[in-house]
Ligand binder design. Structure first.
Ligand code: ATP
Ligand code: MG
Length: 453
């Protein structure tokens, strides 16, 4: 087997361990990716030195994950994460190992890892690669295979079933049949894994080159039905598009398009969730055609629930849902400037590009081609209106100004500001302090007289 290429800094780092009677290895992804010819300088080091021994060997050591035996060593301008050889106790809650035990040898540390191709170790003195579980053979055959008994490995940590899907998607590998069988048997255990870990794995799968390689493994093993039942349900809703006969295949094509075009996680999540309300909004019209009225807005509502369940950040939820809710909006040249500006306000300037990208993915998955050139006129109009007032903060008056003329800081003030904005969007030249204060007084007096009547 090839030897791992070590730079001088790593060799010097390893010498310090040797001088103190310890060994040092690079393990996991960095070695695997080197053997595959993929760049990966995200080094995970492991050693037989205990955390406190590492701390006494170097001046700058940060105890980043000391409970699990991980410290970060700052060594000549580089920072290296080093973990003491360890084994893990049972995962009785399917989430965290009950205990972590430090061990003296590398073999025991490697045998607690998930897949054969993730269990390579490279000696940091000479670059020699150690492969105890025939990982090199699996790498050549492009197979992800659990180390030892897959049922036991997935029982220890159910997240490994999603990692199986993720690595297949990332590397374009297939899954070993026995490993798949074990995941199928234990798919329900995924429910015990924390939402944060699930979302993290799902995101990494979506960020792979061909996400649907992983999504299909999740579907085939039954994991998808547990983590994203709303997506799974789309399998049984018919719909004929280019390369798909049901909504889930269309979703898969849309998601793969988002990855092929190297779009952001926001757009990829939106692609995955953009049509999830089709099963619940489907109707059949008088000619027997299927219709999905309102599926855009309803899909956004459902996506919000899904993402809340997965504990996504509020910003991610808002960014994904706004583009899903508007993914059916089509521009035409009859839009007035006011309509263009309202569109910009509704979506938010920073989300417009994401919306276009989602629509292009949807077009590729529906019609085989993104109609990018058709967006030029809208993009030009957005650009030409860019500097016009479009949000409350662009108004020539603020809450303080309104308070000074006796409007209390309340819901009423918010409503008045919104009405002023509506007016300014249609008549930008009216965005002047005195004019807006007059208008505010007028709006207030008309609403007062309406209330009295
Ligand atoms: P990537 O390049 O995508 O980060 P990686 O192989 O480095 O891939 P990590 O998730 O960073 O993946 O994990 C580092 C290593 O730790 C893995 O290669 C594997 O050996 C081990 N590992 C991580 N998570 C688990 C787990 N849940 N069960 C067993 N081993 C694991
Ligand atoms: Mg890694």
């Amino acid at each position: 087997m090839k030897t791992y290429p070590l730079n001088d800094n790593i060799k010097n780092f390893a010498s310090v361990f040797k001088e103190n009677g310890f060994s040092l290895y690079i393990v996991g992804g960095a070695v695997r990716d080197f053997l595959l010819g993929i760049r990966n300088s995200d080094y995970d080091f492991c050693t037989d030195a205990l955390p406190e021994q590492i701390m006494s060997m170097f001046k700058k050591v940060i105890p980043t994950g000391i409970k699990h035996g991980t410290v970060t060593v700052l060594f000549k301008k580089e920072s290296y994460e080093v973990t003491t050889f360890r084994t893990e106790g049972a995962y009785s809650d399917q989430r965290h190992p009950d205990s972590v035990t430090f061990v003296r040898n590398l073999e025991e540390d490697l045998s607690r890892r998930d897949f054969t191709v993730n269990a390579f170790a490279a000696n940091c003195l000479d670059g020699q690669i150690i492969d105890l579980f025939d990982g090199y053979k699996d790498l050549k055959n492009k197979v992800i295979k659990a180390i030892g008994d897959p049922v036991k490995r997935f029982e220890e940590d159910a997240l490994r079933m999603m990692r199986l899907a993720r690595f297949c998607a990332k590397l374009g590998f297939s899954a070993d049949p026995e490993t798949i069988e074990a995941a199928t048997k234990l798919c329900e255990n995924i429910k015990a894994v924390s939402s944060e870990r699930i979302f993290d794995e799902l995101s990494k799968t979506l960020m792979s080159e061909i996400p649907t390689v992983g999504l299909k493994i999740m579907e085939d093993t039954g994991i998808l039905a547990h983590i994203l039942p709303e997506v799974q349900r789309c399998r049984n809703t018919e719909q004929t598009k280019v390369g798909s006969t049901n909504v889930l295949d269309h979703i898969y094509n849309c998601t793969d398009a988002s990855a092929k075009l190297n779009y952001s996680l926001t757009v990829r999540l939106a692609a995955l969730l953009h049509d999830i309300a089709k099963p619940v909004t489907m109707t059949v019209n008088q000619y027997g055609f299927l219709r999905f009225y309102g599926h855009d807005v309803k899909s956004a509502e459902m996506a919000k629930e899904v993402m809340k369940r997965l504990k996504c950040s509020n910003k991610m939820i808002d960014d994904v849902c706004i583009i899903i809710a508007n993914h059916m909006v089509r521009y035409n040249e009859n839009w007035t400037d006011g309509a263009v500006k309202r569109f910009i306000c509704r979506i938010g300037k920073e989300n417009i590009n994401n919306l276009f990208e989602l629509q292009w993915c949807d077009q590729i998955a529906s019609e085989g081609r993104a109609k990018v050139e058709e967006y030029d006129p809208l993009i030009a109009r957005i650009k030409s209106l860019e500097n016009q007032p479009m949000s409350i903060k662009d108004l020539a008056v603020n809450g303080e100004d309104l308070a000074k003329i006796g409007i209390p800081k309340s819901k009423e003030m918010g409503e008045i500001l919104s009405k002023l904005l509506e007016m300014v969007i249609d008549y930008p030249t009216l965005n002047q302090k005195d004019t807006l204060l007059d208008q505010a007084r007028r709006i207030r007096s008309t609403s007062d007289s309406q209330e009295q009547a």
